[in-house]
Design a protein around this ligand. Structure first.
Ligand code: NDP
Length: 494
C-alpha cells in the first residue's frame, strides 16, 4: 500500500457551497396549485352536484388561493357508493402483497412531490415551511411506507384468529396537520383492505385534493380513495352514511361527542382522536437546557395547533425561577412571520376564527389574574399571527389551565412533590399526552404508569413514529393510530 503523508497528500479543502444549492428564502418553488379543486370521487375529479364552491385563503396574507368544491349529501353518497363498489369488486379481494405495492407507490410519489406538497401545505395552512418540509410531508410518506409493509401480514396482527377489513371507512380530519392526518387515516385503512371516503378540514383541503392526483398517478383502482371537501355538514354526511361501517375522526372533543351521539344505536365501529391539555413536567434533576428546548418545541411547534401540545408546564418549585429565566431568553429569539421563510419559527394562525379563540382565552387569563409575557416581536401587518406567550401565576381553576387553547400559549404551574405533579397533571378531562423531564429512569417508569395519558414522552417531546400507537384516554378519545394497535382498529377480528 503506498504511503501517504500530509505533505504529499494535503487534506482537500471542503467547499460545501459548491456541493449543493441552498433553498431560497422565502421559498419560491412552484406548488402546482389549481385555481379550482373538484371532488375526487371514483378516481376522477368531478364537480359537486349542486355546483357550490368555497374559497380557501392563505392565512399569512389573507389572499385567496383557490376555490374548493363543497360536497353535499348527494356527493357523499356517490363517494360512498364508489368506495363500496371498489371494496367489493377490487380492493377487498386483492391479495395483500398487491395492495402493499400500491401503498409503496403512493409513499414514493409523495417523496417525489415532497417540495410541491410542503409549499402547498404552508400556503394553505400557515405552518412554517421548515415544518411542512421536514416533518409533515416526510412523515406522511413514512406512514405509507410503514403500512405498506403490513398489507400482506395481516394474519400476524391477531395470530390464530381471522381478520377482515370493515369495508367502507368514513374519515374526517382537522386542519392542523392536513396531509399527515390524511396519511394517518388512509394508509392503515388501505393496508387493511378497506376503501375510504375522507373529508378534509374546510380551511386546509388543498393537499388532500392534491393527494387525489397522487392516487391517479399511482394507478390506484377507482373508488378506493375518495376525497369530499366541504363543511361540517359534509363531515356529518360521511359519518352517518349507511355504507360507512367504520368512522375515524380527529378534531375537537365537542364534535367528537356529537358524532358519538349521532352514531349511538348503530353498529358502526368508531375511533376518535380529540383534544388535549398535556402536562409537560420538569423535575429539579432534569437537564434544564434540554428541558427548555423541549418546552419550546412542545408548545410552539405548529403555532401550538397540536392536540398533544405541552400546553401546561408543571415545573418543580426549586427550579422554577431558573427555568422561567431560560425560557424567557429562548422565547425572545423566536421568529414569528412569513411561513414561507425557512428561518421562521412560528408561522400564521390557521384561521381568523382560531385567532379569535386564542385571543379570547389569553384575555381570560389576564382577567383571571395570571401574569402574561410574550416576546414583544413585531407582527406582520396582514394575516393571522400571535406572539409566543407564556403565563405565570396560573392556578388550576383558570380557563387557560383547563381549556385547550390550540395556540402558542403556555400556562406555567409549579409543584413540590412527584405526587403533586401527578395529581395536577391528571386533573383534566383530557388524557392524550404528557412529558416528563428528569434524570431518574425509575421516576420516568413510575410516572408513565401514573399519568393518565395515551403517550408519555421522557426527556423529549412531540416525537412521532408510524410504528408507535397514538391516541387518548378520557375526553381525548379512544382507539389508536399507528403501529399494530392502529392497524387492528381498521380490521374486525373473528
Ligand atoms: P372540529 O372538530 O370542528 O373540526 C374537525 C373536522 O370535523 C373538520 O373537518 C370539520 O369540518 C369537521 N366537522 C365539524 N363539525 C362536524 C360534525 N358535526 N360532524 C362531522 N364533522 C364535523 O375542529 P375545528 O377545526 O373547528 O377546531 C376547533 C377546536 O378543535 C380547536 O380549537 C382545537 O381545540 C380542537 N382541535 C383538535 C384537534 C386534534 O387534533 N385533536 C384538531 C383540530 C382541532 P370543518 O373544517 O368544515 O369545520
Amino acid at each position: 500500500m503506498p504511503k501517504t503523508s500530509s505533505k504529499t497528500n494535503p487534506a482537500r479543502e471542503l467547499v460545501f457551497g459548491d456541493l449543493w444549492e441552498y433553498d431560497p428564502a422565502p421559498e419560491t418553488a412552484d406548488p402546482k396549485l389549481k385555481k379550482r379543486y373538484d371532488l375526487f370521487i371514483n378516481g376522477s375529479f368531478v364537480a359537486p352536484q349542486a355546483g357550490k364552491y368555497f374559497p380557501t385563503i392563505n392565512p399569512a396574507n389573507e389572499t385567496k388561493i383557490a376555490d374548493i368544491a363543497l360536497a353535499d349529501a348527494a356527493d357523499v353518497n356517490s363517494a360512498c357508493i364508489a368506495a363500496q363498489k371498489a371494496f367489493v369488486g377490487v380492493w377487498g379481494k386483492m391479495p395483500g402483497k398487491e395492495r402493499g405495492k400500491y401503498l409503496y407507490r403512493i409513499a414514493r410519489l409523495l417523496q417525489d412531490h415532497a417540495r410541491e406538497f410542503a409549499i402547498a401545505e404552508t400556503l394553505d395552512g400557515g405552518k412554517p415551511i421548515k415544518e411542512s418540509r421536514d416533518f409533515d410531508i416526510p412523515m406522511a410518506a413514512a406512514h405509507f411506507f410503514y403500512h405498506a409493509g403490513w398489507a400482506d401480514k395481516l394474519e400476524h396482527l391477531a395470530p390464530g384468529r381471522k381478520v377482515a377489513p370493515h369495508g367502507v371507512v368514513g374519515q374526517v380530519i382537522p386542519w392542523n396537520f392536513p396531509l399527515l392526518m390524511l396519511a394517518w387515516k388512509i394508509a392503515p385503512a388501505l393496508a387493511a383492505g378497506n376503501c375510504v371516503v375522507l373529508k378534509p378540514a374546510e380551511t386546509t383541503s388543498i393537499t388532500a385534493l392534491k393527494f387525489g392526483e397522487i392516487c391517479q398517478e399511482a394507478g390506484l383502482p377507482n373508488g378506493v380513495v375518495n376525497i369530499v371537501s366541504g363543511a361540517a355538514e359534509t363531515g356529518a354526511a360521511v359519518i352517518i352514511h349507511p355504507l360507512t361501517t367504520k368512522v375515524a375522526f380527529t378534531g375537537s372533543t365537542e364534535v367528537g361527542k356529537s358524532i358519538m351521539r349521532s352514531l349511538a344505536g348503530t353498529d358502526k365501529k368508531m375511533t376518535l382522536e380529540l383534544g388535549g391539555k398535556a402536562a409537560n413536567i420538569v423535575f429539579d434533576d432534569a437537564p434544564l437546557d434540554q428541558a427548555v428546548e423541549g418546552i419550546v418545541n412542545g408548545i410552539f411547534f405548529n403555532q401550538g395547533h397540536v392536540c398533544c401540545a405541552g400546553s401546561r408546564l408543571l415545573v418543580q418549585e426549586s427550579v422554577a425561577d431558573a427555568v422561567l429565566a431560560k425560557l424567557k431568553r429562548r422565547i425572545a429569539v423566536l421568529r414569528v412571520g412569513d411561513p414561507m421563510d425557512k428561518n421562521t419559527d412560528l408561522g400564521a394562525i390557521n384561521s381568523r376564527e382560531q385567532l379569535a379563540k386564542i385571543t379570547d382565552l389569553v384575555k381570560s387569563g389576564v382577567e383571571e389574574g395570571a401574569e402574561k409575557c410574550d416576546n414583544g416581536c413585531k407582527l406582520p401587518a396582514k394575516g393571522f399571527f400571535f406572539r409566543p406567550t407564556i403565563f405565570t401565576n396560573v392556578s388550576m381553576s383558570h380557563r387557560i389551565a383547563r381549556e385547550e387553547i390550540f395556540g402558542p400559549v403556555l400556562s406555567i404551574l409549579t409543584f413540590r412533590t412527584p405526587e403533586e405533579a401527578v395529581e395536577k397533571a391528571n386533573n383534566t378531562p383530557y388524557g392524550l399526552s404528557a412529558g416528563v423531564w428528569t434524570d431518574k429512569g425509575s421516576r420516568i417508569l413510575k410516572l408513565s404508569t401514573q399519568l393518565k395519558a395515551g403517550v408519555v414522552w421522557a426527556n423529549t417531546y412531540n416525537k412521532f413514529d408510524p410504528t408507535s400507537p397514538f391516541g387518548g384516554f378520557k375526553e381525548s378519545g379512544f382507539g389508536r393510530e399507528g403501529g399494530k394497535q392502529g392497524m387492528l382498529d381498521y380490521l374486525s377480528v373473528g
